[in-house]
Ligand binder design. Sequence first.
Ligand SMILES: Cc1cc2nc3c(=O)[nH]c(=O)nc-3n(C[C@H](O)[C@H](O)[C@H](O)COP(=O)(O)OP(=O)(O)OC[C@H]3O[C@@H](n4cnc5c(N)ncnc54)[C@H](O)[C@@H]3O)c2cc1C
Ligand SMILES: NC(=O)c1ccc[n+]([C@@H]2O[C@H](COP(=O)([O-])OP(=O)(O)OC[C@H]3O[C@@H](n4cnc5c(N)ncnc54)[C@H](O)[C@@H]3O)[C@@H](O)[C@H]2O)c1
Length: 471
Amino acid sequence: MTSAPNTVSEQPRHLTADVLVIGWGKGGKTFAGAMAGQGKTVVMVEQDALLYGGTCINIACVPTKALVHEAARRREGDDPREFFTEAVQFRDTLIGKLNDVNLHMLLDQDAVTVVDGRARFVGPREVEVTPSAGGQGVAEHLRISAETVVINTGAVPVMPPLEGIDHPRVYDSTTIQHADPFPRRLAIIGGGPIGLEFASMFRDFGAEVTVIARGEILAGDEPEVRDSVVKVLTEEGIILRTDASAESIADAESGEGVVVRIADQDPVQADAVLVATGRKPATEDLGLDAAGVETDEQGAVVVDEQVRTTSEGVFALGDVHGGQQQTYLSLDDHRVVLSAVTGDGARRVSDRVAVPATTFITPPLSTVGITEAQAREAGHSVKTAVAQVEKIKAMPRPKTLRDARGVIKIVVDADTDLLLGARLFHVDSQEVINLLALAMRAGVTATQLRDGIWTHPSSTEALNEVLGQLG
Ligand SMILES: Cc1cc2nc3c(=O)[nH]c(=O)nc-3n(C[C@H](O)[C@H](O)[C@H](O)COP(=O)(O)OP(=O)(O)OC[C@H]3O[C@@H](n4cnc5c(N)ncnc54)[C@H](O)[C@@H]3O)c2cc1C
Ligand SMILES: NC(=O)c1ccc[n+]([C@@H]2O[C@H](COP(=O)([O-])OP(=O)(O)OC[C@H]3O[C@@H](n4cnc5c(N)ncnc54)[C@H](O)[C@@H]3O)[C@@H](O)[C@H]2O)c1
């Protein structure tokens, strides 16, 4: 790496490197580490030291799951407020350690320069950085240019333009993790994965929870699974207001908490409101025009099959290029870029088959592939296996964990015996779904899965019995 001396304080110091990564996301940090390992000079620019390691480990996947599991440990009689405070302390200690580990994975490499600041393109493959305080990297006004540039700036919450959206009792998915005071009554606007995960979590912490969802919960998914999820959440005491569009948030007339007004429905009284109405690509104020990087109507960076942007040598990884938002997709994007930059370029985004997903309600809901309706629509001849978890005799594991709620539905192509999709709503489903996804990728048949030798007692062995239904 070369750097010129800083002669005029207002003028940015110039750095050049082989690789510049903007944003410490999953794909970008992994790509940065791999390139440094190959002897390339790398600059990583991150705007917020609290986000070394990215969104997932600091404010999303990992801390929320820590809180989900902490909440599930609460017993009747435990004070919700105290329990929440202790759970947040556990969360903060864990996340502090992960943040530090992630920082040192890059900071400790001679080939890597960590820069604390906000990057903005000023030309093709060139950015200017406004420094930010509080970090352990280089924090100064810099101009950085590189042969290869990776945009990995993630996504940010969409805050809909509702009256009262700036009310101090309104939280997003980050701030709610430190809600203070603990909300005895929580209203959640949005019934997507974030809304449902926090609904399940805060209910387990002892809050009264109301979800305000525009359409149905899990609209378009398997009806058996939707019914089962709605039943479980409702029996937990979560109030699901569907076909409900939140319109405004204001102080409650009683003087206690807030009121969320809903079009054509009764308002919801709450102590706090979580807004979980989606996340949009973080492309605002990135100066993408200066770099010739195009975005679509949603503000997502336009990429091709190799996650190349419209600007030569500039790639975009993860949430910032739109589509499904999952940390493992950002990770897979890094494999695509590595292949493009240092390999034979053969790896493509379209190589992905059977990408699984889990929504961490309790028990977790995991999905892969298409639904029965989608399979029929696509012209497949379809066989399905459906079973309520409590009725599956060869699956004692959920019963040993005192949680035999949920349902399994597997969709199979009757002609080929190959899996087309699966919905698993039960304890351990976040693990079992990976096996089914691999089976779909590897062409393992439903019969082979049915006759598989699985550990006992495990949730996987449900496959022996459930797939036996197919005959
Ligand atoms: C509450 C919640 C729970 C979730 N749970 C899960 C889950 O369980 N499993 C799962 O797979 N996914 C989950 N997700 C989604 C997952 O977090 C994201 O898909 C993933 O983190 C995206 O990673 P990324 O690589 O796109 O970038 P990110 O990890 O978002 O990193 C982007 C980084 O860029 C930085 N940045 C932005 N702009 C600039 C700039 N101009 N200059 C410098 N730095 C900049 C940001 O500060 C940030 O650190 C969850 C999301 C949320 C919000
Ligand atoms: N476990 C996981 O993998 C995981 C967990 C959390 C988030 N994520 C990802 O993060 C992203 C964001 O999740 P999300 O749940 O915020 O977004 P989402 O887009 O999935 O759901 C938001 C919901 O809010 C509704 N909505 C919008 N405005 C509303 C209003 N005024 N009143 C009522 N409802 C309204 C929308 O109709 C939509 O159903 C998703 O892509 C998700 O996949 C993944």
